[in-house]
Design a protein around this ligand. Structure first.
Ligand code: PXP
Length: 236
């Protein structure tokens, strides 16, 4: 199972002063040195952390796979199609949310997604859709022509805090198996940390875990290299 490190919150700290540091590109180099397999960054419509220039520089500098998270907004699609990350992950986006709050409602935007995915596939960009572990959504994801789904682990992570997560974990496992049976690749992420990641890492069939907040928070105390290496250790 691979690890994608989301570096959005390096830019969050930078934006606290609106300057040039800490630099997400410097961070990605250390994360790569520690052995991560992918770099993930979300260009939000409000540009609250990662900006257009970051996306270009990440693409130019990343040796690991670059997975750009994004909504279906026209201007964001334009940036992504011009920068051409290796992979894009479509997520829902709401202005006031602190972070992505759940999976895409693919049933509601299937037609638009199908057209947009076609444009990305023409550029050889792998497409992943962030979804709940729900059969109808996963089936719809397959119909759009996406290559991967990323299963939302946020509800599992919340349930883990009260040690009552068996049902959420089962839903994720069933979602993984169902997606694989349809021929989709499966990633997972959101809310994963050093305590709860082992349960998800035990699930056969997930190719990549995408983790941001907990790694960057831990990096404040031990540095990015150790924070990433510790997470890789737990996943392995
Ligand atoms: N995967 C997706 C699709 C996300 O939107 C996010 C948050 O940006 C993550 C993974 C990482 O979540 P976290 O920061 O909670 O680890």
């Amino acid at each position: 199972m691979r690890l994608g490190v989301n570096i959005d919150h390096i830019a969050t700290v930078r934006e606290a002063r609106g300057g040039l540091f800490p630099d997400p590109v410097e961070a990605l180099k250390v994360a790569e040195e520690a052995g991560c397999d992918a770099i993930v960054a979300h260009l939000r419509e409000d540009r609250r952390h990662i900006n257009d220039q970051d996306i270009k520089r990440i693409k130019e500098n990343a040796k690991a796979l670059f997975n750009m998270e994004m909504s279906l907004a026209h201007d964001i699609i334009r940036v992504a199609l011009s920068v051409k990350p290796d992979e894009v992950t479509f997520v829902p986006e709401r202005r006031r949310e602190l972070t992505t709050e759940g999976g895409l409602d693919i049933l509601a935007c299937r037609k638009r997604l199908t057209g947009v995915i076609r444009d990305f596939k023409k550029e050889n960009i792998t497409v992943s859709l962030f979804v709940e572990a729900d059969k109808n959504q996963i089936e719809a994801a397959k119909d759009t022509g996406a290559d991967f789904i990323e299963i939302h682990t946020g509800s599992f992570a919340e349930a883990f805090k009260s040690n009552d997560y068996a049902e959420e974990l089962d839903m994720i496992k069933n979602g993984v198996d169902f997606a694989i049976s349809l021929g989709l690749g499966v990633n997972a992420g959101h809310g994963l940390d050093y305590e709860n990641v082992a349960e998800i890492a035990k699930i056969t069939g997930i190719e990549s875990l995408n983790i941001g907040y907990s790694i960057i928070a831990r990096a404040l105390f031990v540095g990015i290299k150790s924070a990433v290496a510790e997470m890789i250790g737990l996943i392995r």
